[in-house]
Ligand binder design. Structure first.
Ligand code: NAD
Length: 481
């Protein structure tokens, strides 16, 4: 077994161990062994990062777009050059399977290049307010962006999301999740020599470290990806300190509505793909509620169960494996608890529902991919985000009933609609309360298409041009006639 990795933070261009000299262990969810440790960033570390980020931003704001782009392209290349190593580490740290983790690194680099190319879209307007004068708007950066990320796609979020913040003239402080922080430390290592000191700071730590970022009065722009409860806590805490702009990418309880005219084999494949079993369902966008029309319910359920039964669970570093362990003990317990609640409330376990036993499963955070049928909207699993490999299957007979089921949750992130009837597809797309919809497809985040949630799933969108513009404020300049 390899030696545990000792990660460092990146503050003011230096790789540092943290002023508090306290450390957080990172655990491999396959066998619960400690694979690394990272500094537990303190309020003083955050302060040091803010001082550095402030100084760096004051210089960076005067750098031309062309040069900003050049730096981002360089960062993307440097990330991809170590894609294999990063994805292997990420797989061990998260429990997610290796194929998608490698794709995450390439997708992150691709997104960085997208923003590097979009720089000239950070534009203002001219407004004909007076006949002889000139009235223009320009976009100015906030200064320092605080970016807090969750455990499920660490490097993808850390790397891809720094690009639009930098392109629009900000510096950034990134805090990865305490559950899978190791790839951010590799990022710190790669970027230490490539960026002006302080422009990108990576501060590892826990909720308190995150809270120190949120509460710092000089960080006026906060961007968060994580759970609804943390998102709400961040909004509250931020408002106590200063007037801040906060964007939130939160959870989902996403419906996949299947009409009787859909291609049933394609539907079954999509239902399994949409659950993101390759990272144990731990995805905000997973279509975890399958809403099947009565006429096709039994056939599709059977096909879905057949496919789920074929998923191979095991060590996520093995490319033939389809599903690894849950990210943490807490995630495992939460998932098992929800399966038990569903059972008690009258749902049927159509497949899975247990911890696998024996051999390699004796240690680690394993749970079977699970399909629940006979789920009713009155049950907790119908409305609460499990964030695990649990697909809930419902029945409907009338389109408006399906819409009511789709919308009767506090979330509104993604939705998939399956029908060959274009009128029905458009009607559903109009009525379903989700920020990102798929028609006859599922799962893919398309390049430059804004991703974000309605209702409790969030505020703002990311991944498109709007994300970059959201790191700017508008300044109006009026010239006399
Ligand atoms: P989480 O909310 O527990 O933690 C996310 C991050 O917030 C971590 O870095 C954590 O240290 C930090 N944090 C916790 N409390 C904080 C506080 N009070 N102040 C500041 N920072 C704090 O989320 P998680 O368990 O890591 O991730 C799972 C959640 O993320 C799910 O709900 C999932 O749906 C959501 N998610 C959403 C998207 C999206 O794009 N909408 C993407 C991925 C994950």
């Amino acid at each position: 077994m390899s030696e545990p990795i000792v990660g460092r933070m990146l503050i003011d261009g230096k790789l540092v161990g943290g002023l508090g000299d306290q450390w957080l262990d990172s655990v491999d969810p396959v066998d619960e062994s400690i694979i690394g440790r990272v500094p537990l960033g303190t309020r003083d570390d955050v302060e040091a990062a803010v001082v550095a980020a402030d100084a760096a931003q004051k210089a960076w704001v005067d750098v031309d777009i062309k040069e900003r782009s050049a730096l981002i392209y360089k960062l993307a290349d440097a990330l991809e050059a170590r894609a294999k190593e990063i994805s292997e580490l990420e797989t061990r740290d998260t429990g997610n399977t290796i194929g998608p983790m490698l794709r995450d690194v390439h997708t992150a680099a691709d997104r960085m290049r997208l923003y590097a190319g979009l720089g000239y879209e950070i534009k203002g307007q001219t407004i004909p307010a007076t006949a002889g004068g000139l009235h223009v708007t320009t976009r100015v950066p906030f200064g320092i962006v605080g970016r807090i990320i969750p455990f499920n796609h660490p490097v993808a979020f850390a790397a891809s999301r720094l690009a639009p913040a930098l392109m629009s003239g900000n510096s950034i402080i990134i805090k990865p999740s305490e559950q899978s922080p190791l790839s951010a430390c590799v990022l710190a290592e790669i970027y230490a020599d490539l960026i002006p000191p302080g422009l990108v700071n990576i501060v590892t730590g826990d909720a308190e470290t995150g809270a120190a970022i949120v509460r710092h009065p000089k960080i006026r722009r906060l961007a968060f990806i994580g759970s609804v409860s943390t998102g709400m806590a961040i909004q509250r805490a931020a408002a106590e300190v200063a007037v801040k702009t906060v964007t939130l990418e939160l959870g989902g309880k996403n419906p996949m509505i299947v009409c009787p005219d859909a291609d049933l084999d394609a539907v079954a494949a999509a239902a399994v793909r949409g659950m993101n079993f390759a990272w144990q369902g731990q995805s905000c966008g997973s279509t975890s509620r399958l809403l099947l029309h009565n006429e096709i319910h039994d056939k599709v359920l059977e096909k879905v169960v057949e496919r789920v039964a074929k998923l191979k669970i095991g060590n996520p570093l093995d490319p033939s494996v389809n599903m690894g362990p849950m990210n943490s003990k807490a995630q495992l317990e939460k998932t098992l608890n929800y399966i038990q609640i569903a059972h008690q409330e009258g749902a049927r376990i159509a497949y899975g529902g247990h911890r696998p036993v024996g051999g390699e499963f004796e240690k680690g955070y394993w749970v079977e991919p699970t399909v629940l049928s006979d789920v009713k909207m009155s049950m907790r699993v119908a409305k609460e985000e499990i964030f695990g490999p649990v697909l809930s299957v419902f029945r409907w007979s009338d389109l408006d009933e399906a819409i009511e089921m789709a919308n009767n949750v506090d979330y509104g992130l993604t939705a998939a609609i399956w029908t060959k009837d274009i009128d029905r597809a458009l009607y559903l797309a109009r009525k379903v309360e989700s920020g990102y919809l798929w028609i006859n497809t599922v799962g893919t985040h398309f390049r430059n298409v804004p991703y974000g949630g309605l209702k409790n799933s969030g505020v703002g969108t990311e991944e498109g041009l709007d994300e970059m513009l959201s790191y700017t404020q508008i300044k109006a300049i009026n010239f006399a006639a």
